[in-house]
Design a binder for this molecule. Sequence first.
Ligand code: ADP
Ligand code: ZN
Length: 192
Amino acid sequence: MEVVTGVMFSGKSEELIRRVRRSIIAKKSIQIFKSHLDDRYGGVFSISSHDGRVVEAIPVDSSLQISQNLRDDADVIAVDEAQFLDAGIIPLVGTLAARGARVILAGTDMDFRGEPFGPMPQLMAVADLVDKLHAICVVCGGPASRNQRLIDGRPARYDSPTIMIGGRESYEARCRHCHELPRRDEDQVPLL
Ligand code: ADP
Ligand code: ZN
C-alpha cells in the first residue's frame, strides 16, 4: 500500500502516472480510479505506454463504486484524488493489499484550512510507503505544503463556505508562512 500525498500542484498525479506506466511495462493488470473526474484531461483520464497500451481511469464518487468496478485479476489498483472518498476506502484498500494487490493512492493531505483531509490521515498511517511531495510556493519560491484558497482573488477566511455560490474561487500552492487564513476573533486558536 503506497500513498502519494502533498499540496496541489506538487506532482502527485504525475507520480501516480509514472508508477502506473512502469506497471504497464511490467505487463501488470491495472485499474485506475479517480474521484471527481475533472476536465483537465478532457473529461477522460487515460495513461498510455510507449507500446500503445492505454489504461483509462474509472470515475467514482465513493469507495463502494470502486469495489463494484474492481476486477478480480487486478494486480495494481491506483486511486487519484483519494481525499474526496469516504472512510470505506480504508478497509477496502486493506483487503486489497492483503489479497496481494499493489494499491497506490494519491491525494492531498490538507484542506485549505491546513486541516487533515478526508481519509488521507488514516491511509497515510496504515500505508507501507508514504511520499509527501511539495510544490513551489507562488509567493516566496520556497517548498510549498499548503493549499491556499482564494475567493475573488483574496485569501478565503477560515469559516468560508465549502461550496461557493457566485464567488470565483481558485487555489495556489503556498508554504506554511505565506499561507493566509483570516479568522474571526472567536476562531483564534489560543496559545496556552
Ligand atoms: P497534483 O496532482 O499534485 O495536483 P500534478 O501532477 O497535477 O499535481 O501537477 C504537477 C505540475 O504542476 C508540475 O509538474 C508543474 O508543471 C505544475 N505546477 C503548476 N504550479 C506549480 C507550483 N506552484 N509548484 C510546482 N509545480 C507547479
Ligand atoms: Zn512561501
